[in-house]
Ligand binder design. Sequence first.
Ligand code: HEM
Ligand SMILES: *[C@@H]1O[C@H](CO)[C@@H](O)[C@H](O)[C@H]1NC(C)=O
Length: 331
Amino acid sequence: MSSSKMQSHNSIALVVLLSIFSCLEAQLQVGFYSQTCPIAEAVVTQQVANAFLSNPGIAPGLVRMHFHDCFVRGCDASILIDSAWGNTAEKDSPVNNPSLIGFEVIDAAKSILETQCKGIVSCADILAFAARDSIALSFGPVYQVPSGRRDGRVSLASEVQSNIPSPAMNVDQLTTNFANKQLTQDEMVTLSGAHTIGVSHCSIITGIDDRLYNFSGTNMPDPALNPSYLPQLQAACPRGSTSTSSVVPMDPNTPMVLDNNYYANVLVNKGLFTSDWTLRTNPATAAAVNDNANNQAQWLNKFTAAVVKMGYIDVSTGTAGEIRTNCRVIN
Ligand code: HEM
Ligand SMILES: *[C@@H]1O[C@H](CO)[C@@H](O)[C@H](O)[C@H]1NC(C)=O
């Protein structure tokens, strides 16, 4: 073999090797802490279960928190960082404050893990495990969470609104928003089914997505909202109520159960937000809504796969970022 040919073979081999290496580097793995901190996942599970016993609302809260973490700067626990002098953090964006709950659960798990496995378990992984445990506590499927995420050092409230989808979005806007995170339109429909658990504050459906009193400035309710559901929502959420404590369940039939009832609601125009109703307005998403409403087992499989995929968004691994000591502050 001529030396120039050998050289080119060598450089091809090097390129192949490097790309395998960088691919592995960006990869997460199930059981990432099995050698370095075998108790990691059990500690999180225990803390989520404890918190759930005193406030079952933390289960939907933690599922939403994982989503809001991953959609802004990737799944890097940026959602957990507290605001500090000169920096308003993600959690203090009006999108998240006061509606996002469950921060104390992550703190509790982290503080145990810092005493037992100092500097090993990332806050981003704790949040991904906690979301998994919350889904299980909601009678949803049990699945394995690939881990090995590293924590980020930046959290900016100003980045939240442009990355987290708005409840007033239409199907095209939602599709683009999810595509920006490498998630398909079908995965968007699949993940929207998370609105089978938890609550919304009245301020959403009388405010940014006012479907109860002044829809699109018409001074009328949204005509697309189920006419028997409308008065129930209006009774729960009076016009102009600014209280941050009044909430309505997103799936009034089974608000604590991760089932496919969300899709049944959407089909009878009882989806709470414009972003739920709008899934009926496009042939592909309408077909997916039907499919998911008719096949719970299939939707549950798709849901866990999509949550796992969401958990890969822009993750840092290896030596990038850091393992935060306190999930609320960068090291
Ligand atoms: C498709 C676009 C989405 C929009 C526009 C949206 C919007 C919203 C809004 C406005 C709320 C109510 C917040 C409040 O005022 O309390 C909410 C709650 C919630 N969302 Fe979404 N969401 C979307 C997708 C998702 C995804 C992908 C997940 C998770 C996989 C998710 C999980 C939840 C959960 C569990 C709640 C209830 C939170 C609680 O009870 O504390 N959402 N969402
Ligand atoms: C309804 O919405 C429109 C447009 O946002 C606004 O100009 C109007 O003042 C609102 N009406 C009431 C009664 O709040």
